[in-house]
Design a protein around this ligand. Structure first.
Ligand code: PMV
Length: 301
């Protein structure tokens, strides 16, 4: 069995695509793969919690990613079924595709007797991630493979931040969205020189650095304020949604230190720094028809 972490971005999503830092951590909601050899040729993949069943021969985004990995890892002649067990919701900004990519790299390597360094696992998983998102910054894969909490910069990788895990309430809007579409939305705003776009992205990156300092000091009030401000900046950039704004307002009303959308936005998830108020926040979200869960950010192997 192989596995990988989900992740949540505390601060700096979208900005990280353009070289600004992002503060992000692995969450203790994982994805596990089990491989069974079969007689039929090809590699089958079954993810019951996502109602997904594909094969490496299918013209489906996951089938294409699987095929690409099997080719690079010289595993194309493998005849096997891979079963995936995860509570991570798909397309919600919680790193599900990166976790799947990392766990698949590890599974195919194991099945073909290859020992890969963490660095190589991340490189190959990023290759698969490009089937899901055209221009991934790499932050999801870095966390899915190694866990922990850190400040991530494209091209430089992850600088670990040593801090106790942070308890988060995660709220699910139930609206799937494509990361690539949301990233393209910001790219268009940049191309058209929409006023404030560059300074908003730089501001999100600066907030990630300030958030790292707050986390190190254990100052969750400051972290929360930075996150709520970042949510408003992301909304101004056009990547929020009515449901996400409603969940953020509800979390703040229920005592969160701060709340924001996480990941690409447009749907997907909201996170709230809550510590002992996490359950109250979940109850408030449930009252408005949104599911959620509590997790710890900064999970390590
Ligand atoms: O795929 P998501 O929703 O976790 O978004 C990743 C965060 C972005 O900054 C929007 C894109 C990226 O590649 O970093």
């Amino acid at each position: 069995m192989t596995w990988a972490f989900g992740k949540a971005i505390l601060l700096g999503e979208h900005a990280v695509v353009y070289g600004h830092p992002a503060l992000a951590g692995a969450i203790d909601c994982t994805l596990r793969c089990t491989l069974r050899i079969r007689e039929q040729p090809g590699i089958g993949l079954l993810v019951p919690s996502w109602q997904l069943s594909v094969s490496s021969r299918d013209d489906h985004v996951v089938g294409r990613a699987l095929r690409a990995l099997a080719k690079i890892l010289d595993a194309e002649s493998l005849a096997a079924d891979i079963a995936v067990d995860t509570a991570l919701p798909p397309a919600a900004g919680l790193g599900s595709s990166a976790a799947l990519s990392v766990a698949l790299v590890r599974t195919l390597a194991l099945a073909t007797d290859q020992i890969l360094s963490d660095q190589r696992v991340a490189e190959l998983a990023n290759h698969a991630e490009r089937c899901f998102h055209q221009n991934p910054s790499g932050v999801d894969v870095a966390l899915a493979s190694r866990g922990g909490l850190g400040l991530y910069r494209r091209g430089e990788g992850m600088t670990p931040v040593d801090a106790p895990p942070i308890r988060l309430a995660v709220g699910l809007s139930g609206m799937p969205r494509r990361t690539a579409d949301m990233v393209a939305r910001i790219a268009r705003a940049r191309e058209r020189d929409r006023p404030g776009t560059e300074s908003d992205l730089a501001g999100l990156g600066n907030a990630a650095v300030a958030g790292k300092d707050a986390v190190i000091r254990g100052d969750l009030v400051e972290l929360g304020q930075l996150m709520t401000r970042a949510h408003h900046t992301l909304a101004r950039l056009g990547v929020s949604a009515t449901e996400l704004d409603e969940m953020v307002a509800s979390a703040l009303h229920s005592g969160a230190f701060g709340a924001k959308l996480t990941g690409a936005g447009g749907g997907g998830a909201v996170i709230a720094v809550a510590q002992e108020r996490a359950e109250d926040i979940l109850t408030a979200w449930q009252g408005r028809g949104y599911r959620g869960f509590v997790c710890n950010l900064g999970a390590k192997t």
